[in-house]
Design a protein around this ligand. Structure first.
Ligand SMILES: Nc1nc2c(ncn2[C@@H]2O[C@H](COP(=O)(O)OP(=O)(O)OP(=O)(O)O)[C@@H](O)[C@H]2O)c(=O)[nH]1
Length: 319
């Protein structure tokens, strides 16, 4: 009888593996070179295919693949690691025996998959895993491309937070949620004071570093449900679901306060540059019935203008 030789020549399937050696597996070849075996688990493979096809979310595809393996007793734990935009994923538990794969499809690195469980993997099980990886590989590539493109279009490259386009999407989403549930919603427009002077003194790269530091400080001051965006230049927007203008006003004061706890060193400033320590002006608008994206932004902007006109380093709203 013809011996089936798995393509993964370096699977860790020993009694006491200490480190894992990744085997490079071209998953499309894995299916093509084992046509006989393909039919054996055809039903399960079909089920997996039906679940992942058309799915553009990497995390979801990985989690479907893991559930599929776990249901068949092929895994008790799994990790998925990539170098790109997609976060690393860990599912289930760590176990003694592991099967490690580097997924490569048409020369594109799709990441590393490591499955583990208490028992050794048999050759036929490893083959089933490879065939399943072959199925998810194409969906994964589409999903990775989709998520990378989505990040390019919606993320601000300097700070990594959402950009103006992303803000538009989220305002619409949160406004319709607010209308449906009759819950409050507020929006903050934040502008760094005298940022031009910071740029002129520290140079553009120094200015970039300050913008990133400020954005990260905003993020730390916010609640988990609040959403931060870079509106453009030295302007940021925070969308605060479930928060009325009064609550947002208090949150804005806290944001300004928290900026004071950032050290000169973190800002990339010398002690002699104390005068350059950044402060912000903030305008706030609470959602009102009949508001559109533009009217909400416009009101926050008007309040921001007043905060600037009142000498900067201030919070202004209608509360
Ligand atoms: N370093 C850096 N600077 C930027 C970026 N985008 C815009 N800027 C600068 O941000 C500065 C914004 O300055 P202004 O809008 O004139 O306002 P300001 O100096 O902050 O003064 P006020 O807002 O009136 O307090 C300009 O000098 C822009 O060149 C960026 O991505 N990085």
């Amino acid at each position: 009888m013809k011996k089936v030789i798995p393509l993964h020549s370096k699977i860790d399937n020993e009694q006491l593996p200490t480190t894992s050696t990744a085997a490079s597996v071209s998953t499309s070849e894995a299916i093509a070179e084992q046509p006989g075996r393909w039919n054996e688990g055809a039903e399960q493979q079909l089920l997996l295919m039906q679940r992942v096809i058309g799915n553009n979310n990497v995390e979801s595809i990985i989690s479907i693949f893991y559930s599929w393996c776990a249901d068949l007793g092929l895994a008790e734990g799994m990790t998925y690691e990539t170098l790109g935009e997609v976060d690393n994923i860990r599912l289930g538990n760590r176990r003694h025996h592991s099967a490690n794969y580097t997924l490569v499809l048409d020369k594109t690195d799709l990441g590393r998959v490591s499955l583990c469980r208490r028992e050794r993997f048999s050759e036929s099980e490893l083959l089933a895993i490879e065939q399943a990886l072959g199925i998810i590989a194409r969906c994964l590539r589409t999903a990775i491309d989709y998520q990378t493109l989505e990040a390019l279009v919606t993320q601000d490259p300097l700070t990594g937070f959402g950009n103006r386009l992303s803000l538009k999407t989220w305002i619409e989403r949160e406004m319709s949620r607010t209308r449906r549930h009759n819950s409050p919603l507020s929006l903050m427009m934040i502008d760094v004071d005298h940022f031009k002077k910071i740029n002129d003194t520290l140079g553009h790269l120094g200015g970039d570093h300050i913008l990133r530091t400020i954005a990260n400080a905003f993020k730390k001051s916010m609640r988990g449900s609040d959403l931060l965006f870079r509106y453009g230049g030295d302007e940021f927007t925070i969308l605060l679901p479930h928060t009325d203008a009064e609550g947002a006003h208090e949150a804005a004061k806290q944001i300004r306060e928290n900026l004071k706890s950032i050290t000169n060193e973190e800002f990339g400033l010398d002690d002699a540059d104390d005068a350059l320590r950044p402060d912000v002006s903030i305008g706030i608008a609470g959602y009102q019935a009949g508001d559109t994206e533009n009217t909400l932004l416009q009101r926050a902007d008007t309040h921001l203008y007043h905060a600037k006109a009142n000498g900067r380093g201030a919070v202004c709203s209608n509360v």
